[in-house]
Structures are given as C-alpha cells and as structure tokens.
Design a protein. Structure first.
Length: 148
C-alpha cells in the first residue's frame, strides 16, 4: 500500500472514529497532495514526493507551535503539536544523531571539505543520502559544528 493510500484510508478511519484533529490534519495533507498533483507537469505523487510534502507540513506545524508559545497561546500550540505528531507517523524512521554524525563525517571526507565555506557542498551531498530520515536543522547544526 502506498503512502498516499495509507493517508486516505486512515483519514476515512479517523472520520468514522470522529477523531477531529486527525481528520482535519489528514484533510489538510490531502489538500496539499491535490495541490501538488494539479500544479505543474508532475501529476504522479510518489512516496518520496509525499514524504517531502509531509516534512514541509511538519515544519510548518512546529514553527506555528513555537510562535503560539511565544505569543502566549499554549492551547493553539498544543493543537499544532498534536497535528505534528500525526504527521510524523507517516515519515520514515528518523536516524539518531550519532548515525547522522557518522554519515556527515564520511561525506566531509568524500567532498574534501575543510572549512565553513564548504557547507553548501557538504549539505548537498548529505541531503541526497539521508533526505527524510533526519531533521534538516539537526544536520545543519552538526555540519557547522564539524566544519568549525
């Protein structure tokens, strides 16, 4: 079963179970998928493309939750965090920081990076290897730390 089919079937289950947060989250995700499919020449939504759509939605939820907390609206922040947890269930298993660090060290030696000026080369090579399996902020932080 493709990831898109999973989202569809679990949305139907959430509707039947009257789980309003899961239903609204999956409906928003379905809307993003539809928006992608109807724009441009790529009509087919592969699992890889769907993972990137989910990651984008997850980042939006986390950023919104952070902003709500700063604005003194913890109830709205909690709703965003609940939606983020629902979205995380559709992503591949995330790598540990130690695994990410090991891959980054390997990539740094492969591309011959020696300073912070080489961050772009390193990030490009890393993202092709572990896209969707680790948070971009964590990757960026580790790369900067190792190249400092």
């Amino acid at each position: 079963m493709s990831l898109k089919d999973q989202v569809q079937s679990q949305m139907i289950e959430a509707i039947k179970a009257k789980d309003t947060i899961k239903t609204s989250t999956l409906r928003m995700l379905k809307a993003e998928i539809l928006k992608f499919e109807t724009s441009g020449s790529n009509k087919e939504t592969t699992d890889e493309i769907l993972v990137s759509i989910i990651q984008k939605q997850l980042k939006q939820r986390k950023d919104a939750a952070e902003q709500y907390l700063k604005g003194g609206r913890p109830e709205l922040a909690e709703k965003e965090e609940q939606e983020a947890k629902i979205l995380e269930a559709y992503l591949p298993e995330q790598m540990s920081e130690e695994e990410v660090r090991g891959i980054i060290k390997t990539v740094i030696t492969e591309v011959g990076a020696t300073s912070k000026a080489d961050i772009g080369k390193v990030m490009g090579a890393i993202m092709t290897k572990i896209k969707g399996k680790a948070d971009g902020k964590v990757i960026n932080r580790i790369v900067q730390e190792l190249l400092a």
